[in-house]
Design a protein around this ligand. Structure first.
Ligand code: OAD
Length: 232
């Protein structure tokens, strides 16, 4: 019977598209403090700084192209006889740009704006500022529609259902340092899924996976997809 595959992706899958990861030596968190740019408290303290951070990332992400790893996952979704669900921690749109259809952005998306006052959502303009008005309530409370530390990730109920139904769970290009995503491998394994990690190098949670493939995503992901589709 066709099997269900749930794939968790992190910043590593977009690294070779030119988008920075968070925790590598030159990563975003070596240049910015999480408390300043990725928490509701940081936004309340200095919304201008937070908007400048996300506007720069939005402009950079809009110019990036999907790489061979994003394309391979879109091919897997198109050709696999069962269901393929991509759960991404990434706020770029490179899975969709490669043609993937079932993508859950658990940490939100740079393409979205969210009103911190009334909860209205609308498409973000490339550069937002603290004075960008909400089109619904007109208050100057626009924030990026991304999930910050201390906030609850999106689609959690749906994701847990998918993990419970998964026959195979793969984590690609994620360091396994941020929860709840870091616990998805245990969640899937406890409900009977096989688990595989694809990453540049060993992660904090490598031991939790049954099998591992190390190397750049543009090499290991297409090879893994090729093997799956060939029934290996
Ligand atoms: P990290 O920066 O923590 O981890 C990136 C992972 O990708 C590391 O394990 C790298 O070894 C690996 N990597 C780097 N280059 C790669 C390549 N070319 N091919 C394959 N793997 C590569 O990023 P995430 O795990 O995605 O959340 O971080 C999780 C969350 O922490 C993010 O969504 C973000 C961040 O703080 C929020 O901002 C809420």
């Amino acid at each position: 019977m066709a099997r269900k595959i749930v794939i968790l992706t992190g910043a590593g899958i977009s690294a070779e598209s030119g988008l920075g990861t968070f925790r590598d030596a030159q990563g975003l968190w070596s240049q910015h403090r999480i408390e300043d740019v990725a928490t509701p408290e940081g936004f309340a303290r200095d919304p201008d700084l937070v908007h400048r951070f996300y506007s720069a990332r939005r402009i950079q992400a809009a110019a990036a192209q999907p790489n061979a790893a994003h394309h391979a996952l879109a091919r897997l979704e198109a050709e696999w006889p069962g269901e393929v669900v991509i759960v991404t921690q990434n706020v770029d749109a490179l899975h969709e740009a490669a043609g993937a259809r079932q993508v859950l952005h658990m940490h939100g998306t740079l393409a979205g704006a969210l009103c911190a006052a009334c909860g209205h959502r609308w498409p973000a303009t490339p550069e937002m500022t603290p004075t960008t008005p909400c089109p619904a309530c007109n208050r100057a409370a626009a924030r990026p529609d991304v999930v910050w530390f201390g906030e609850i990730p999106y689609f959690m109920e749906e994701i847990l259902t998918h993990l419970g139904e998964a026959d195979l769970f793969a984590a690609i290009g994620t360091s396994g340092q941020v929860y709840p995503a870091a616990a998805f491998v245990q969640e899937a394994a406890a409900q009977g899924a096989q688990t595989v990690e694809l990453n540049l190098e060993r992660s904090e949670i490598s031991r939790a996976f049954e099998s591992r493939r190390f190397g750049p995503a543009t090499e290991v992901v297409p090879a893994w997809v090729e093997d799956l589709l060939a029934g290996r």
